[in-house]
Ligand binder design. Structure first.
Ligand SMILES: Nc1ncnc2c1ncn2[C@@H]1O[C@H](COP(=O)(O)OP(=O)(O)O)[C@@H](O)[C@H]1O
Ligand SMILES: Cc1ncsc1CCOP(=O)(O)O
Ligand SMILES: [Mg+2]
Length: 272
């Protein structure tokens, strides 16, 4: 890593990046609050008539297929074209990409456009890599460890960064790789926290020169905040506001001190 998560959090807070989020109906409000709490400026702009124009002024774009339909796909295509024309990073969240023909086709088309970062749960990343996935709907049902080789392959195919999330996260650009521990088992019991993390990857990508550093910083920010929020929570309901508070209250110094990031060798696995 060239810049630590804390250094990138300082940059993000110094100049909050405008992040265009094309996300699903479940996540729109939750993701906007997560980005605001972390220090970014979200905008949920998805219609094809304006999505490309908006991508040209945003610092980063995030694209999520959670509640997919033809108008969303048209907006995604326009926005990606705008982001690529202006050299902006864009992040793909392949929600339930294994589930239906529309999702399989759309996610494959989007991967072919070479996202800067792909962030998904292990079942989604396995499916994108063409491997057997136990995923049914939006929730991950495979271990992150099972998806690590597929993530490396996908990163090499796209030339981008792939972030696989679960109990212990994995990030790779096809050459470098790290595991990130932390978070909370209450996180998958709160809908759209994965989608919101994809938005946060976009926020960090807007302020980082290296998308690998951006993905690591976003996941580390989430992991430390999740661990801290769990201490305040009695269950999924009280976790949600505690998590927003923790995202907001986390300082760059505390992020660097508490982030549990371990490099993984290129060959073989180092236990997390
Ligand atoms: N069992 C767990 N323990 C700790 N953190 C978790 C656990 N499961 C998921 N997370 C965290 O929840 C966030 C969302 O990840 P995930 O649930 O995999 O995404 P999605 O909601 O897209 O399926 C990530 O920060 C991840 O690290
Ligand atoms: C429940 C649901 N249905 C379609 S999108 C969505 C939200 C999924 O959010 P996440 O992938 O972050 O759990
Ligand atoms: Mg998801």
């Amino acid at each position: 890593m060239t810049r630590t998560p804390g250094a990138l959090l300082s940059a993000l807070r110094a100049e909050p990046p405008l992040v265009q989020c094309i996300t699903n109906f479940v996540a729109m409000n939750i993701a906007a609050n997560v980005l605001l709490a972390a220090g970014a400026s979200p905008a949920m702009v998805s219609d094809a008539e304006e999505a490309g124009e908006f991508a040209r002024i945003a610092g980063a774009l995030t694209v999520n297929i959670g509640t997919l339909s033809a108008p969303f796909v048209a907006g995604m295509r326009a926005a990606i074209e705008g982001a690529q024309a202006t050299g902006k990073p864009w992040v793909l969240d392949p929600v339930a990409c294994q589930a239906t023909a529309l999702r399989r086709r759309t996610s494959a088309d989007l991967v072919a456009l070479k996202p800067t970062i792909i962030r998904g749960n292990a079942s989604e990343i396995l499916a994108l890599a063409g491997e057997a996935s136990r995923g049914q709907g939006v929730d991950g049902r495979d271990s992150v460890a099972a998806a690590e080789d597929g993530a490396r392959w996908l990163a090499q195919e796209t030339g981008g960064v792939v972030a696989v999330t679960g109990e212990v996260d994995f990030v790779t650009d096809g050459t470098r790789a790290v595991r990130i521990a932390g978070g909370s088992p209450l996180m998958p019991l709160n809908t759209a926290l994965g989608c919101s993390l994809t938005g946060l990857c976009g926020a960090y990508a807007a302020v980082a020169a290296d998308p690998f550093d951006a993905a690591v910083a976003a996941l580390a920010h989430y992991a430390v905040a999740g661990t801290r929020a769990e201490r305040e929570a009695r269950g999924p309901g009280s976790f949600a506001p505690a998590f927003l508070d923790a995202l907001h209250l986390l300082t760059p110094e505390t992020l660097d001190a508490e982030a549990a990031i371990r490099p993984v060798g290129a060959v073989g696995a180092v236990p997390a």
